[in-house]
Design a protein. Structure first.
Length: 216
C-alpha cells in the first residue's frame, strides 16, 4: 500500500536533482525555437504528497507545458518525438540513460542518491497544453506496430480552475483532508491494478472531491 514519504532530506535532494534535469530541458527546447515550453512539478511532488508503495521506487511527476500557439504545423507524433530526443540529449549530458516512451509520459531510468536514503527514483514527464481553457495531455496509444499507433491530445476531465480550487481548499483549512483522500484514491487504484490513473489525474480527482464538498 502507498504511504507518504517522510524523509525531508531525501525529498529535497531528489527534487533538486530532478528539477535541474527538467529545467535544462526547458532551456534547451526554448533555445531551439521549435516551440515554447515551461515545466512544473505536479500533483504529488509539488504539494508534499510524494507517495511510495512499500519499499518500491519513487516517481516524480512533471508536466511540460507546451504553448499551443507556437506549435505551427507540428503533428502530435512530431511533438512527442521532438521532446523525447531533446530529453535524451539532456539526460545523456547528466549521465542518465535514455527515457522510455509510454502512453502518456516519458519515463527516465531509476537513480539513487549517492549517500543517505537509498530509495531509487525516476522522472515521469508528461506533455500538456491548454485548449479553450481546459488542459489536454499528449497521448501515444500503442498498438505494437508503430505504423498503426495513434498520437492525440486528450482532455483532462474536470481540470478547469484547478489552482483556484486548491486555494479555496487551503483557505478552508481542508488540506489534511485532501491528503487523506489523495492517499485513499492512490491505494484504491493500486488494489484494482489500475494503471490509467497517474498521480496528476488522482490529484485532480482528490481536489475536485474536496472542493465540491466546500461549495454545497
Amino acid at each position: 500500500m502507498y504511504h507518504y514519504v517522510q524523509d525531508k532530506d531525501f525529498l529535497k535532494r531528489m527534487r533538486g536533482e530532478c528539477s535541474g534535469i527538467v529545467n535544462q530541458l526547458v532551456q534547451r527546447i526554448n533555445r531551439d525555437s521549435v516551440m515554447k515550453v515551461t515545466a512544473c512539478l505536479v500533483g504529488s511532488g509539488a504539494r508534499n504528497l510524494v507517495t511510495q508503495n512499500a519499499n518500491e521506487p519513487v516517481d516524480l511527476d512533471y508536466n511540460l507545458i507546451i504553448d499551443r500557439d507556437t506549435l505551427g504545423t507540428m503533428s502530435e507524433r512530431e511533438i512527442k518525438e521532438y521532446v523525447r530526443k531533446q530529453f535524451n540529449a539532456v539526460l545523456a549530458g547528466n549521465g542518465w540513460g535514455d527515457c522510455k516512451d509510454s502512453t502518456s509520459v516519458l519515463t527516465t531510468a531509476r537513480r539513487k542518491i549517492q549517500t543517505g536514503n537509498p530509495t531509487p527514483f525516476s522522472i515521469d514527464l508528461g506533455m500538456i497544453s491548454c485548449f479553450n481553457g481546459r488542459w489536454h495531455r499528449l497521448i501515444h496509444a500503442k498498438t505494437g506496430i508503430v505504423q498503426t499507433d495513434r498520437w492525440y491530445w486528450n482532455e483532462v476531465a474536470h481540470s478547469d480552475g484547478l489552482e483556484k480550487k486548491v486555494a479555496a481548499i487551503k483557505a478552508k483549512h481542508q488540506w489534511l483532508q485532501l491528503r487523506t483522500v489523495y492517499l485513499d484514491k492512490k491505494n484504491t487504484y493500486l488494489r484494482r491494478n489500475d494503471t490509467d490513473h497517474p498521480s496528476f489525474i488522482v490529484y485532480i480527482e482528490a481536489v475536485n472531491q474536496i472542493y465540491n464538498t466546500l461549495i454545497r
